[in-house]
Structures are given as structure tokens and as C-alpha cells.
Design a protein around this ligand. Structure first.
Ligand code: NAI
Ligand code: ISE
Length: 336
């Protein structure tokens, strides 16, 4: 069976996921496209999916009878309305992070899915599908004793002018927020944010770098450096300290060279390259579940918990130095 997919939002990642479905994965086909910028949808149609229909609105695409599953890759603040519409139509839906830009919005999605009675939503937390993080989880579960601390860093070479201080949480840290819950099988109880000396490369509206300190229910302490103007590359670091050892997230595969009196290897510069394989695997998972009329992997509950946790981190940015508590509601049985 071929899953017929409609893509809403044909910008950077919508185009890339369309390429993936059309050229990399088996079992699915992009049959519909939509973007508020119709030229963008038409360009993706021309380049990657000539047989797809371009719809005037995302809502029209979701309602189209030929669309069996929906990919939401538009801007974050538009995700909620499309995910709710896909659930109302009973169609499996892959939603890029964030599931919603507020915890209240994410809760409306959880409530709608619970009322539907079965999982339909996968959230684009692709790091859970990354081979390196999976190896790290295996080590955390079986090799280093109980985890006690995580030291991590999320560094981008540069960010555009529109990137402002809270986006360091909603847009960037959100990946760590999700992947550490999964890695530790735990949830957060508090957050604190402190600001080191500011980089001269940061533009006026972003405080950069930042250090986020998280504490979990089991007492694990996590420090994450977010540095989005680090200049030298796109670099994701993670070190888990356990009772009997320390486990490191593997570096991306790269040739080591001895050349011109230097020992060197290249560092990636674009986030698209760092997790390219995990995007393939997460969408494969989506396609396979959608063929069964459902969804698996990180879901609405994870998107909701990430939203609650990231709201607390933003509050902690605003009250820099103060510890902000994080409390979660009970998890509905659908997500056990
Ligand atoms: P982008 O700006 O390149 O593309 C977004 C597209 O959505 C634009 O073409 C825009 O015209 C369209 N759009 C905006 N509002 C719309 C609406 N109401 N209906 C239909 N289309 C609409 O942005 P990018 O980088 O592709 O990001 C899109 C989403 O993917 C964001 O939520 C972002 O956080 C997420 N993302 C996830 C990544 C990951 O590593 N998992 C990486 C990059 C982005
Ligand atoms: C971007 O939106 C992403 O989601 C990337 O995965 C992340 O690493 C980057 O920092 C974000 O800006």
C-alpha cells in the first residue's frame, strides 16, 4: 500500500521531507502540497512532485479525499490548527517541532487525540532516531550505571536576525528537552537559565550564549550550553556521567587528516547534514505507522511535555538565576 501524503509548508524542511518521500523512502508518495506562499508550493511541485495537486489552503489539503496522511512543516505557530484538523479528519499526521507554540495549544491536541481514542500524531523529534543517540541510550541503560549528570552543548555557527532570545529554547533547546527525557526515561522538575558574557557576534535581540540547568525527577542534573553564534560550525555535544562510567555522543563520521603540519578533521556547519539519516528513519517510521492508520515514535504527549518544559525555561530566562519549577499533569493511558 502507498501512503498518499499531503505536505503543508514547503519551505526548507518541507521541501527536504518531500525529497525524502519522493526519492529516498519506499511506500509513500506526495500527492498534495500547500503553502501560504503558493510560489513555494509550485516550485516544490515542479522540482520534486509533478503529479501532486497544489491546494490553496492547508485546511483544503487536509480535507482532500486523495490525502491519506499529513505532514505539517509550516511555521511553528500554525502547527496547532493543522494538527487538530488532521485529527478531526482521522488522518495520521507528522508535525515538525514544536507541536504547538504554547502548552495550552499542545494540550488541545492531546485532548483531541485522546477523544479520538488512538494515536495519530508523530512529532519531529528526530534525534530519538539518530544512530549516535541510540548508542548513547544503550550505554546509559546498560553500561555506565545510574546516570547522575549530563553535560551538553547545542552550537550553531550563526542565526538570522529574526532569531530572538526565547527561540534559543523553543527552536533550539527543544531538541535537548525531548531527547534527554527519552535518554533518561525521566521528566524535569525545574529549570534555571544563566547568561555568561555575551558574544560580540550576537545581534541585539538574542542573548548568546546561554546556559540552561535542568533537574529531573530522579535527581539527574543537566547543563546545556546554547551558543548560536559560535562561528566555527554546527556542533552537538552530549556527555552522560553515570555511577560507573561516562558515555559520549559519537562525533559525526569524518576523515581525520594529517596535512600541512596539522592533525585535522572537518566539523559540519549546517544542521541539515548533522541528522540527515535520522530524518530518513523518523519519516520511514511515520510512513509505516500511517499505512496502519496510526502513528508511533514521539507523539502528542511528548510534544506537550516539551512545551510545558520549554515554557518554564523561557520563564527562567526572564527571571535569570531563579529556579523555576516544572510540574506535569498525569499522562493519559493512550500514551503508556
Ligand atoms: P521555512 O520558513 O523555511 O518554511 C516554512 C514554510 O511554511 C514557508 O514556506 C512558509 O511560507 C510556510 N507557511 C507559513 N505559514 C503557513 C501556513 N499558515 N500555512 C501553510 N504554509 C505556511 O521554515 P523551516 O526551517 O522549514 O521550518 C518549518 C518548521 O520545521 C518549523 O516549525 C521548524 O521549527 C521546524 N524545523 C525542524 C527542524 C528539525 O531539525 N526537526 C529543522 C528545521 C526546522
Ligand atoms: C532548527 O530549527 C532546528 O530544528 C535544528 O535541528 C536545530 O539544531 C537548530 O538549532 C534550530 O534552529
Amino acid at each position: 500500500m502507498t501512503v498518499k501524503i499531503g505536505v503543508i509548508g514547503t519551505g526548507m524542511i518541507g521541501r527536504d521531507h518531500t525529497r525524502r518521500i519522493q526519492q529516498v523512502l519506499a511506500g509513500a508518495e506526495v500527492v498534495a502540497l500547500s503553502d501560504v506562499n503558493a510560489d513555494s508550493a509550485r516550485a516544490v511541485q515542479a522540482d520534486l512532485a509533478p503529479a501532486a495537486t497544489v491546494h490553496a489552503t492547508g485546511q483544503e489539503l487536509i480535507a482532500a479525499p486523495e490525502v491519506g496522511a499529513v505532514l505539517v512543516t509550516s511555521w511553528g505557530d500554525t502547527h496547532e490548527e493543522y494538527v487538530l484538523a488532521a485529527i478531526a479528519a482521522g488522518k495520521p499526521c507528522f508535525c515538525e517541532k514544536p507541536l504547538a507554540t504554547t502548552a495550552a495549544g499542545a494540550k488541545r491536541i492531546v485532548d483531541a487525540e485522546v477523544a479520538h481514542g488512538a494515536r495519530l500524531v508523530q512529532v519531529g523529534f528526530m534525534r530519538r532516531y539518530d544512530a549516535g543517540y541510540r548508542m548513547l541510550k544503550e550505554a546509559v541503560d546498560n553500561a555506565i550505571g545510574a546516570p547522575l549528570m549530563i553535560h551538553a552543548a547545542h552550537r550553531n555557527p550563526t542565526v538570522p536576525e529574526q532569531y530572538i532570545t526565547p527561540m534559543a529554547i523553543h527552536d533550539t533547546l527543544i531538541h535537548e528537552i525531548d531527547v534527554f527525557r527519552w535518554l533518561l526515561d525521566d521528566d524535569y522538575v525545574s529549570a534555571q537559565v544563566v547568561f555568561p558574557r555575551r558574544s560580540k557576534h550576537a545581534h541585539a535581540r538574542v542573548a548568546d550564549p546561554q546556559v540552561v540547568l535542568l533537574e529531573t525527577r530522579k535527581g539527574v542534573r543537566i547543563d546545556v550550553e546554547i551558543f548560536v553564534n559560535c562561528r566555527y560550525g554546527y556542533d552537538i555535544q552530549c556527555q552522560v556521567v553515570g555511577e560507573e562510567g561516562v558515555a559520549y555522543l559519537p562525533e559525526p563520521l569524518a576523515i581525520v587528516m594529517r596535512r600541512d603540519a596539522h592533525l585535522q578533521n572537518a566539523i559540519l556547519t549546517d544542521w541539515k547534514d548533522r541528522f540527515v539519516d535520522s530524518y530518513d528513519v523518523e519519516l520511514k517510521d511515520f510512513v509505516e505507522a500511517a499505512a496502519r492508520g496510526t502513528a508511533s515514535g514521539p507523539g502528542s504527549w511528548d510534544g506537550y511535555v516539551a512545551a510545558i518544559s520549554s515554557d518554564a525555561c523561557v520563564e527562567a530566562q526572564e527571571k535569570s538565576g531563579q529556579i523555576v519549577p516544572i510540574s506535569l499533569p498525569d499522562r493519559p493511558a493512550l500514551y503508556d
